[in-house]
Ligand binder design. Sequence first.
Ligand code: IMP
Ligand code: MG
Length: 197
Amino acid sequence: MSTLQSLQKSPHMMRNRMSDQTHDGRTIEVIFPPEQIAARMSGLADEIAGAGFRDLLVVSILKGSFIFAADLIRALHVSGLAPQVDFLTLSSYGAGTKSRGEVRIVRDIDLDVTGRDVLVVDDILESGRTLAFAKNMIAARGAARVECCVLLDKPVARAASVQPEFTAFPCPDVFVVGYGMDAAYRYRELPYVGRVV
Ligand code: IMP
Ligand code: MG
């Protein structure tokens, strides 16, 4: 059964495409429904497969990108790639919704990136600090090529200059949750991207 089919059979399935009720009684406005995310994944994977990476290493930034990365790497397989995959846990937000402005490594990747082509995968680009930190760190360790792929790109003034080479969707400038993204560690399980209203 595909992820989409299992979601459609879920007892907690969305009531409609535009809003959903969480178990704690909050209403969530759905911005990107599961079908739209699933439909975008293969096109995005084809873009990455067509970019000429050699022996690709995908680095998924945790925790927010874990669901996006899981779907993306399976789409990359369908598009003919067999990347190595590693995880980099970074922290910038704590339990709030405002960036503290400093990025720190909570858990580093295992692999040596020297001479490697690396695709950094993150959930959302906002100030750019997280992605710039990851990209600069991997480049400084001697990677041959470092590019970035984000699920969502918020059109806000960047604190750090970084432009993702691959983007699934432009995102309205609101705090979003779901599809791996949290507010105070909640809502990561939601199969869509939405906004708590
Ligand atoms: P940046 O460093 O300001 O670009 O923020 C990027 C990181 O902050 C992402 O990796 C997310 O984990 C988190 N983040 C930024 N905006 C949101 C949001 O709207 N919802 C959930 N997490 C967010
Ligand atoms: Mg993140």
